[in-house]
Design a protein around this ligand. Sequence first.
Ligand SMILES: [Fe+2]
Length: 351
Amino acid sequence: MELRKIAKRVEEKHGIPLTERDVVRVFSAALASADIWRIVDLAEIPVLGTCEVLEALAEQGWVEFKNGRVIVTETGRDLAVQLGIGAAQEFRCPRCRGRGLELSPFHKLSQKFHELAKDRPEASQEFDQGYVTEETTVARIALLYARGDLVGKEILVLGDDDLVSLAAALTRLPRRVVALDVDQRIIQFLEDAARGENLNLEVYHHDLREPLPSELLKRFDTFVCDPTESFRGYLAFAQRGISALRGPGCAGYLGLTRLEASLRKWQKIELALLEAGAVITDLFPNFHEYVNWPYIETMRAWPHLPVKRVPGKFEPWYRSALIRIELVEEGKAENVRYSGDIFTDEEAATT
Ligand SMILES: [Fe+2]
């Protein structure tokens, strides 16, 4: 079967585990849109995998690349009918963008946050940054609130180019908000905002490859992070977060994409979270929408794209799930040092 061969080819060339089903996902995405970024988004497999599958489909004459677009050929359409492959559909609720949250009670927060975030530092490739839309950050706060992880709580944000700590502090509902970041620009920005608005917000310089300082261990009710997605990088963030939690009943919020993490990686990550004493209580697909970062043309996936177009800043194609975990026993995360590059693995695309 041709589709299985394509999956194998991707695995051999890029070391990304792919199933026949993943090849179908790319085919379905191409049937739904001719735009490369929409295809990458809808395919929900690592970006390099989508690129390679599209090349393979083109070699078979099932798709062609024309004027910067991906077109399914007549032969391709016939094959899709024959194989029972339909166009990808999302059916996303337009009101809540699929998050299931009513954000109108947060109107004032949104306005204030928007006003302050205007001067935020631009995303830096050095630290694998890429921040979410302002609406996404506000939606995260709404979710923390709804899950009882905001009011009266001590909250730790690990890496905060999304400015979650700022939005959380602006509600004036948490008991304490602490943000850690490696980027001096973010630290400066958060400190200035905290001073200007008289916020209960502490900001510290910290490289998350280093263990958490002892004064932050077992001190928090809630942690929030959007880890880099190599398995080691993800573990580094998750373990720091878990080791900062007081104990059972405390919660963590993490992002995870399908575009830089295969389902095999998801399996490893989920197992690691379970082994650390947590359960996954909530999982929202595509909760996070990202503002396009200025280094699209130098990111790892760019040379692999079969057609090249720089997307507009607010033309979101990169999305990620939000995972909420809760400790059901004492956290068992190791607070060890991670040396070297924690950003890159076979599935990395935006580093
Ligand atoms: Fe809705």
